[in-house]
Design a protein around this ligand. Structure first.
Ligand code: CU
Length: 339
């Protein structure tokens, strides 16, 4: 009986000896090593990914540490305080341990507080806090009503106020780039079941997203039909694309490569196929790609123009020349309104 009381007293005493110190140091090192060397995340290809991973890795290290402490204490207790042969006594009745309870309340509180400060800091550095945003949902309503006359009498007087608020939801410029225009702007349109990327300055539309490395890129995101979500796993960013409500992502690609663009909102039966590619190019490759797109869109337009000027007879002639049919004959057999 005496033996058990002593053991229990030892177990609830806040540890302070050398052995505990060594165990603590070892657990800390294992936690830190695992937190920063797990391979749970894909490649980090953007400035935003580096920030998010810093937070994720810190939380991973803390979680591993807590897991090892809790599970370790359980396993040690299983062996150390197991029932010995022939021992039929009850265990000691312990009615709490105030210092221990304070300790296991204070430590998680401090950890959660540190993580919350850190995560707010990361969100701010990403550009998640728009200084112009009010967080007032009535402002979102204003943006959602196309064609509404702002001067018309309104039920909700707050809507009549002139709005200087940023209408787009999402991740905007980082605090140091606030107010500066991005190096490149791309309009992103989500539709069942594709992403379309429009480069307004170049007049180019593409089904793949190309961006130059180490440049600030502003993505203005819209949806044509239903809610989609624009997800760049390697950039650690995801933003809903909502019909009638513009949203945005401001990204800084840091790593040349080819990455998936995925729709992360179940948007219909072919949602799973709503995948395309993001190419982070060096400046030369990006310029070449843009030029090739401009050239091919010009030639498409030229082709369309030529086709438009042809009569149906001219257009069909190559397909019937083997039969000895001339464009004139084709023209004659076409319905009157087409000829
Ligand atoms: Cu979708």
């Amino acid at each position: 009986m005496k033996h058990f009381v002593e053991s229990s007293a030892l177990a609830v005493k806040i540890p302070s000896n050398i052995l505990t110190l060594l165990v603590g140091i070892t657990l800390t090192l294992i936690s830190l090593w695992f937190g920063y060397n797990h391979s749970l995340l894909p490649i980090a290809a953007s400035r935003e990914a580096e920030l998010v991973d810093g937070l994720f890795n810190a939380m991973m290290a803390v979680s591993i540490g807590l897991f090892l402490v809790v599970q370790g204490a359980l396993v040690v207790a299983l062996f150390k305080f197991r029932r010995r042969p022939g021992d039929l006594t009850d265990g000691p009745h312990i009615h709490g341990n105030i210092p221990l309870e304070i300790l296991w309340t204070v430590i998680p509180t401090v950890i959660v507080f540190i993580i919350s400060v850190y995560s707010f800091d990361v969100y701010g550095q990403l550009g998640g806090f728009d200084p112009n945003a009010t967080g007032d949902s009535s402002q979102v309503q204003v943006a959602m009503l196309p064609g509404e006359d702002a001067s018309a009498p309104l039920m909700d007087s707050s809507r009549a106020k002139p709005s200087h608020h940023h209408e787009a939801l999402g991740i905007g410029a980082s605090p140091e780039d606030e107010g500066k225009p991005a190096d490149l702007t791309v309009d992103v349109m989500g539709m069942q079941y594709a992403w379309l990327f429009n480069y307004p300055n170049a007049g180019v539309t593409s089904a793949e997203l190309h961006v130059p490395v180490n440049q600030e890129v502003q993505l203005n995101i819209k949806a044509q039909d239903v809610i989609h979500a624009f997800w760049l796993p390697e950039f650690r960013l995801k933003q809903d694309a909502i019909p009638g409500q513009p949203s945005e992502l401001r990204i800084k690609p840091r790593r040349v490569g080819e990455y998936p663009v995925i729709c992360a909102e179940l948007c219909g039966p072919y949602h799973g196929g709503m995948v395309t590619k993001l190419f982070v190019d060096n400046q030369q490759d990006y310029d070449n790609w843009l030029q090739s797109q401009i050239a091919s869109q010009d030639s498409n337009q030229t082709t369309a123009l030529v086709l438009d000027q042809q009569t149906d007879g001219d257009f069909l002639a190559p397909f019937v020349s083997d039969l000895g049919v001339t464009p004139d004959i084709v023209q004659q057999v076409l319905p009157r309104d087409r000829a």
